[in-house]
Design a protein around this ligand. Structure first.
Ligand code: GLA
Length: 430
């Protein structure tokens, strides 16, 4: 993956201008550069927190970070996107807060990162530094690394991202994992990528207060150029599935819709799944999560569940099966089958899980009308955000043109369309 020279130059110029330094005095404190990508999920939605299967990929949109160690415990991080700086001491991150401060609203303007889900703070989480949502992701990752016993020092860093914010492409996970990898390189920490993913998830769950699963951080930390990841979210076993550009392309289209209720609905879905497990366990004593229920076993029991719970469970159980079937279809270069599974995933998310919205449905409908589009579906938590389409290379232009022409007519809104490629996960680039 080649990184745009101009972006790198701007990043480094800003870094040197903000944080001047005499290299002759401390020649060992070199500037380190890290690239951390966003992600898109091909299939396997709302399955990660049910111990299930997902198939995300890291994409060629990213956050670039430049950093250098300091001799004290001060951390200064400047975001070019926000034109703002986060400053705090590592020693201030540790104190648990007896009365957690209220969660800040996500900034309206584009920030360096913003989860599609808003924070809901839990009692007993560590005290964040001054409000400002992107600060929390940075501080949370450092907190989680220290909780895991990593010895960190202060550092100066600058970051610049081109991942659309709040669209469901995981700019927040990109920031978390990017900071973790930068710090790992600066302080030579012996932590592997899967541990980094888990610590970043912990930061988001416990420090930021967003109850996400492991998918986003894992995809960002362990993506591979040209591949999607078939991830078992219980064991974290991961198999790389090739997505050869000569056969298929991926087009992501942003509805522009952002729904404030996304995070409360997300938490409601999680608890409905847990209720489903508790009820099904009365008949299937061995199960721990919906992942343990086969479609056949569920078919025999679904009438015993309340209607809403049955539909939520039906989505998760059928989606897990679709992820497996997609992996099989891709192994056989059967992109038509893969596309049909994506449409089925969308229908299930719309009708059974009820996390779609009219704009997402319209976009999938437009994609379906374009010859050469194998399949399309909403991607991410839902209630707005993006769709992802799997497309024949020759059909990319026609799809982009169709979405740009049709979507505004049907919704009155302007779409943003990105052709993305599977890229490598977060890594040091210099
Ligand atoms: C968000 C969360 C993920 C996952 C998806 C839904 O992106 O961060 O962990 O649960 O929603 O598949």
């Amino acid at each position: 993956m080649t990184v745009d020279e101009e972006r790198l130059r701007t990043l480094l110029d800003t870094f040197h201008a903000r944080y001047p330094f005499d290299p002759a005095a401390h020649p060992q404190d070199a500037v380190i550069l890290v690239r951390s990508p966003g992600r898109v999920n091909l299939i396997g939605e709302h399955t990660d927190y049910n111990d299930g299967f997902v198939m995300p990929l890291a994409i060629d949109r990213d956050i670039l970070l430049a950093g250098r160690r300091r001799r004290d415990d001060v951390v200064r991080v400047y975001s070019l996107n926000m034109a703002a700086e986060a400053v705090f001491r590592l020693s201030d991150l540790c104190a648990p807060s007896p009365t957690p401060s209220p969660a800040p609203s996500p900034p309206a303007a584009a920030s360096a990162a913003q989860s599609e889900l808003a924070p809901t703070r839990s009692e007993g989480a560590a005290a964040p530094p001054a409000a400002g949502s992107w600060h929390r992701y940075v501080a949370g990752v450092l907190w989680a690394l220290r909780e895991a016993g990593c010895e960190l020092g202060g550092f100066d860093a600058t970051l610049a991202g081109n991942i659309p914010v709040g669209a469901g492409l995981s700019s927040s996970a990109a920031l978390e994992v990017g900071i973790a990898v930068l710090v790992q390189e600066l302080f030579e920490l012996a932590v592997d990528r899967a541990t980094i993913a888990k610590l970043c998830q912990r930061a988001e769950n416990e420090y930021v207060g967003v109850q996400c699963g492991i998918m986003d951080q894992f995809a960002v930390a362990l993506g591979r150029d040209g591949y999607a990841l078939l991830l078992d979210c219980r064991t974290l076993d991961c198999r790389y599935v090739p997505l050869p550009a000569r056969h298929v392309r991926l087009v992501v289209a942003d509805t522009g819709v952002r729904r404030a209720l996304a995070s409360s609905e997300y938490n409601t879905r999680r608890s409905q799944c847990e209720q489903g497990v508790a009820l099904l366990r009365q008949h299937l004593p061995g199960i721990r999560a919906l992942r343990d229920v086969s479609p056949e076993a569920f078919a025999a029991l679904r009438d015993r569940l309340p209607g809403v719970i049955a539909r939520r469970c039906s989505h998760v159980i059928s989606e897990n099966a679709r992820v497996q079937a997609t992996a099989q279809a891709l192994a056989n270069d059967n992109f038509e089958a893969c596309g049909q599974l994506m449409y089925a995933s969308h229908a299930s998310l719309r009708d059974d899980y009820e996390v779609s919205c009219r704009e997402l449905d319209e976009m999938v409908d437009i994609a379906r009308s374009v010859p050469g589009v194998y399949g399309a579906r909403m991607t991410g938590a839902g209630f707005g955000g993006c769709i992802v389409s799997l497309v024949r290379a020759e059909a990319v232009d026609a799809l982009v043109a169709a979405i740009e022409a049709e979507y505004p007519k049907r919704t009155g809104k302007t779409p943003a369309v990105y052709v993305v490629a599977p890229s490598g996960g977060a890594a040091r680039i210099l």
